[in-house]
Each structure stands twice: as structure tokens, then as C-alpha cells.
Design a protein. Structure first.
Length: 519
């Protein structure tokens, strides 16, 4: 994914500088007028004379006022409701009628615009409340300061437009919001009645309805003359596979229960899903950096970006539903070849102890060493000397370390990303799990499909490839520090763009479900 937006203040300062230069103000140090503060009511006080309003001159609208109203009206394109910013009230209020109306118009427009400036820049909702698993900090932003500076010159509209995220992800998903609102306005797509499992070549009375349902989102199918045939033909098979890919289902062309359920999710529900994910994009920092990695936990993919170009796109495995991977920002600081796995106590107790109890040779076979911790001293002990059947999950007085090798749970490469949850990216010996459609199998860490490619990208040196292979082949653990730490963002986006194609992912962590209640 490319950078979500250029840093707001840099754009604004550049625009304001142009504005000041045009008016001979560039070299003047401006002081913030008293009427501007973080309190929106103080930006439009009720005791001003009519020629001293922000938005009115002789009780008539200024040109900047029309631009502010247009900006509020267009908030609907961003999954926001213009009436949350007093739009209908402002249209109904005629400031030319009386001083009271003028003062009320002034207060409503200032309050609404300040709220929208904040919401479009850093998000309407507080992630800490609506999505507690989101731990990527939002950049500080003062809407009143921004509005004060934006109003100083002749570039007010340009300043407002500079607030809108410019990333391809945001722009594509914003366009989708308009399309899906149109589907809702058209009365939604048809629901498909319960059907048996349908295979290509089958005949069934629901086939024409399925074709009509898919044509809503598939321009190619919509361009074909409507067919009332009950035959599941090749054109429909390709359309079904396309639908399955877009909705993160196994693209087998078979219309089974999962595909049927996805078809019957309403356009209004999909629109809500789009709005939720537009909000999440607005939470992200304005500048993600020139080189970074973004992991989408919802659709199980990792993307590596260099100067707005996608360099890597691979599958990942993330935390189980009961041990979800959180959204956080960190940096890859080290790449470790042939890592040891220092097993967290919880995993040792809950996951590995039962395996050793079922198979007395499990620890030995998978190269786990057992350590006893007494008086602050760690001593290795022979696993055969321990009566594992007498150990329970509530009390596990040992620590486990898995040595490097083909069976190591971290595989051959580990990527250190300091964070409060001790989550990191790593290789895995269980390669077959990447072929699964839903890939939430880990205990929280992120397993990557092509760790060598990720290592080469992280180290940013073309001559590292063979060196890494040589290090891996000697089976010795080796850590390399990155000269320039690489930013990593783990996000949760159930609506995502792959090129020009909109992808919907299941809400496996139920984070959309919680957030939707607040929208």
C-alpha cells in the first residue's frame, strides 16, 4: 500500500506560505486572533457585529463559506454523514433574515467544519473505545489551528482538500462507498433462496436469480444479455469464481453454503463494512515512510512498499481467534537466521505440555531443551528425569528452548519487531497452512510465506541473498542488525484493494462487529 497521506501540516504550511506571499504577508509573524481556540464556540461569538463574522459579510455568505459548505456536503463520499456537521440545518437557516440567524449560522458552520476537519484527518471515532485491539497511535492534530491558518489566504479550498487521504487504498475504497450507496438506493440486490450445492453444469430454478445478484458487482456479467436459463454455464462459473475471490472464499466455482451466505449479505451491510474501513485508514499516521511493511490481519497478507511501489506481496498466518494479533506499529530492527525459540510460559503450559504428556519423546524429537529456574539460576535438566504426568497446566516450573533446525517453530528466519506483546514475524516449517483460505492459526506472531524475500527487502542489500543462504545452511544462529530499521504496521482491514479489485474479508476477530455499533 502506498503512503496514506502526505503530512497535513507540511502541505498546509506550503499552501499558506504561497497565500501569504501573494498578499505580501510571507515575512510577517502572525499571531493567533483571540476568537480562535480549540473551543469551536469561541470561533464565532454571539456578540460580534455583522461585518466581523468568519463566514458572513454584511450577513451574506463569503466565497470561503460556500467552499466550507461544499466540503461538508462532500463528506458523504467519505462514509460520513453531512448532517453530523449540521448540513441540513445550515441549508435551512437564512442568515440574511436577522442578526440572530446570522449568529446561529456562524456558530453551526464553525462547529460543523471543525468536527469534520478533525474527523477527515484523524478519524471520527476513538480507537481506544471502538477497537481496543488497535494500538497504532494517531498523530496529534489541532483542527482550530488548522482552520485559523487556512482562512488567512486565498487557498482555503486547497487547504481543506489537502486533509483528504490520497492513498490508492483510501481513494478506491471511497469510490466503492459511492457505488455501494447506489446499490442501496436501487433497493439492494436480490436475495437468493436456499439452494442445494450447485456445480457447473447443473440446472436449478435459482440460477437466473444468482446471475442477477452477481451482475450488481460484476460489470462483465452485467454487460451480457440477461439470461433466464436455469443452466449453470461457463460464463456464470467464471463470475462465481470472481465473486469467491473478492469475498475471500475458496474459488472453486461451487455454490455451497459459504458462497450462498456471502451472496445474501445485503448491500447496506457491505456499505457499513466499507465505512468502517475508511475510518480505520483515517486513524493511520499521515506518513508511513518511504519503505515499510504493512500486514493486513483480516485478509492474511503482507505487502512491502518502497517509494510507493509494491515490492513484495505474500500470504501470512496470524493469531487464532482466541489469541488475536493486535494492530500495532513497530520497526524490524534485527533479522535472525536459525533462531532459537524461547517458548512463552503460557504456550509451554497450554500447548506443549499436553503434547509431551501424550508422547514422552516429543521434546527430544523436536529439539526442546528443558530448564529449571531456582534461586535466579537457570539449570538445564534431562526431560526424561521429569514425571510429566504429575505436571499440570496451572503450575509449570520449567522453561523451554527449541534449538535451531528444520523442526523449529520459527523456521529459519525471525524478524525482531519490538512491541509490548512480544510479537514478531518469522518463518515456519508448516508451509501447507499457507494454502488455507482463512489463515489464523498462530498464537499471535506472524508467520510469513517467503521469509528470505522479506529478509532481503528488510536488509535492502542485493548482496545479502547468498550470504543469508550460507548462514542458514550452517545451522548456527546469527543475528543481523538493520542499518535502517524498517517500519511495520499490522492493520485490520476487512475491505482492501488488490490493484483495482475490491476484496472483502471475514470479520474473524469480530472487530468490525464491535466498531459497527458506534457508527
Amino acid at each position: 500500500m502506498d503512503t496514506y497521506r502526505t503530512t497535513i501540516y507540511v502541505i498546509v504550511i506550503n499552501l499558506i506560505t504561497i497565500c501569504f506571499s501573494a498578499q505580501g504577508w510571507a515575512n510577517n509573524k502572525l499571531e493567533k486572533p483571540q476568537q480562535y481556540s480549540n473551543d469551536s464556540t469561541s470561533l464565532s461569538t454571539s456578540d460580534k457585529p455583522s461585518n466581523d463574522y468568519l463566514w458572513l459579510k454584511n450577513q451574506r455568505l463569503k466565497s470561503q463559506t460556500y467552499e466550507a459548505l461544499e466540503f461538508i456536503a462532500n463528506s458523504s463520499h467519505h462514509g460520513l454523514n453531512p448532517n453530523d456537521y449540521h448540513y441540513d440545518l445550515l441549508l435551512q437557516l437564512d442568515p440574511t433574515v436577522s442578526e440572530t440567524n446570522a449568529q446561529r449560522f456562524e456558530q453551526l458552520l464553525t462547529d460543523g467544519l471543525l468536527k469534520l476537519i478533525h474527523d477527515i484527518t484523524v478519524g471520527r471515532l476513538d480507537p481506544a473505545v471502538v477497537d481496543p485491539k488497535w494500538s497504532i497511535p494517531r498523530a496529534p492534530f489541532d483542527a482550530a489551528d488548522f482552520l485559523h491558518f487556512a482562512l488567512q489566504g486565498n487557498y482555503f479550498k486547497a487547504c481543506l482538500d489537502a486533509l483528504i487521504p490520497t492513498s490508492n487504498q483510501y481513494q478506491h475504497i471511497k469510490a466503492a462507498a459511492t457505488r455501494y450507496q447506489d446499490y442501496v438506493n436501487r433497493g439492494d440486490w436480490p436475495r437468493v433462496p436456499k439452494s442445494p450445492i450447485l456445480h457447473p453444469g447443473d440446472f436449478h430454478q435459482n440460477i437466473p436469480l444468482i446471475r442477477k445478484r452477481l451482475a450488481f458487482e460484476n460489470n462483465k456479467l452485467a454487460s451480457i444479455a440477461p439470461s433466464q436459463s436455469s443452466h449453470y454455464d461457463e460464463d456464470l462459473q467464471q463470475a462465481v469464481k470472481h465473486f469467491q475471490r473478492r469475498y475471500s472464499l475458496e474459488a472453486d466455482g461451487i455454490i455451497g453454503p459459504a458462497t450462498h451466505r456471502a451472496m445474501n449479505v445485503s448491500a447496506a451491510e457491505r456499505l457499513q463494512q466499507i465505512k468502517i474501513n475508511l475510518e480505520r485508514i483515517r486513524w493511520l499516521p499521515g506518513d508511513l515512510g518511504e519503505r515499510y511493511i504493512i500486514v493486513n490481519l483480516a485478509n492474511y497478507r503482507l505487502t512491502a512498499i518502497d517509494n510507493n511501489q509494491t515490492k513484495l506481496d505474500m500470504r501470512v498466518i496470524v493469531g487464532k481467534k482466541k489469541r488475536p494479533t493486535p494492530s500495532f506499529a513497530s520497526k524490524i530492527t534485527h533479522v535472525v537466521a536459525n533462531p532459537h525459540w524461547y517458548v512463552p510460559n503460557k504456550l509451554a503450559r497450554l500447548d506443549l505440555l499436553p503434547k509431551q504428556q501424550a508422547n514422552p519423546n516429543y521434546f527430544e524429537h523436536y529439539n526442546f531443551r528443558v530448564f529449571n529456574n531456582k534461586n535466579g539460576k537457570r539449570t538445564e535438566v534431562d526431560p526424561d528425569s521429569i514425571d510429566w504426568q504429575s505436571i499440570n497446566k496451572q503450575h509449570f516450573p520449567y522453561s523451554l528452548v527449541q534449538d535451531p533446525g528444520k523442526n523449529n517453530a520459527l523456521g529459519r528466519l525471525k524478524f525482531i519487531t519490538p512491541n509490548p506483546w512480544s510479537i514478531y514475524l518469522h518463518d515456519t516449517p508448516a508451509k501447507s497452512l499457507f494454502d488455507k483460505t482463512n489463515r489464523n492459526f498462530s498464537s499471535g506472531c506472524i508467520r510469513v510465506e517467503d521469509p528470505l524475500a522479506l529478509a532481503n527487502f528488510s536488509l535492502a542489500e542485493n548482496n545479502k541473498h547468498q550470504a543469508l543462504l550460507d548462514i542458514i545452511s550452517n545451522n548456527q544462529s546469527y543475528s543481523t542488525k538493520l542499518e535502517q530499521p524498517l517500519s511495520v504496521y499490522t492493520v485490520y482491514s476487512t475491505v482492501w484493494c488488490n490493484g483495482d479489485e475490491l476484496i472483502f474479508s471475514p470479520d474473524s476477530y469480530k472487530r468490525d462487529q464491535k466498531m459497527g455499533k458506534y457508527l
